[in-house]
Design a protein around this ligand. Sequence first.
Ligand SMILES: C[S@@+](CC[C@H](N)C(=O)[O-])C[C@H]1O[C@@H](n2cnc3c(N)ncnc32)[C@H](O)[C@@H]1O
Length: 267
Amino acid sequence: MASSELPPHEAERLLLAVTGRTRADLYRIDVAEADASRFRILVVQRRRGVPLQHLEETIPFGPVTLRVDRRALIPRPETEFLFDEAASTLGRAGPGSTIVDLGTGTGALALALRHRFPEARVIATDVSEEALSLAAENAERNSLDIELFAGDLFDALPEAAKGRIDLLVTNPPYVAEHEYAELPVEIRDHEPRLALVGGERGIEILERIADEVYWWLAEGGWLLCEIGETQADQALDLFSPWLFCEIRNDLAGKPRILVGRKGAKCC
Ligand SMILES: C[S@@+](CC[C@H](N)C(=O)[O-])C[C@H]1O[C@@H](n2cnc3c(N)ncnc32)[C@H](O)[C@@H]1O
């Protein structure tokens, strides 16, 4: 299998992953035979549809570096944008502040927020034990202390956190059953279905979050929730009875973030 059968930037990224070199170095080195053979294996795997990020093994996410594998969704650029929005919306978080990441996957949002707000208590939950094991590894890799809890949405949270959450971030599953069948096979074969499908209509997990989030937020507490690009109106209908709400666009101008605030105007 020749590397020329991949787009050049992908072959180059795989070569960087096996050699540990920078792009500038790449053109000055002789590739050791062991690296060359590992590179050829990665090229074959990539041709078979293994995500590039799984072959590279780690990705940058805001201020942290995350291991990624089949145990959890590969964090997407939209979610990095959610992190930036959440961090700038909260502004500061001193000792006694509580931040929750509901459905943490690799731990991406929780770890990036803990890095940004080192004095805050950061809680991350997931219904998937596999995802939580990866999040724990990522916490250790980044030397960041977060609390991890397993369970279904808010059931995972310690009761003492009720009414005390200053920022709740979540990127819940929001793909409808019929949309899942149309996702690229690369995603369906290598990323957990549980991380993607929100139910028959896609909006079911968002509905359940909307039913409970008010009781968990502190007065003035924030919710920042990633949504599908067609879900803005439904999300506003769901959350507006409880929170002051607005929708924010991502960098591509798509409505991808629901921002809600308890007991105070949100912007
Ligand atoms: C779209 S992924 C997001 C993962 C991560 N926050 C990110 O943005 O990369 C959704 C996550 O929610 C978790 N999840 C799905 N259903 C859940 C539930 N009922 N309770 C808690 N977590 C759930 C999945 O296991 C998955 O890790």
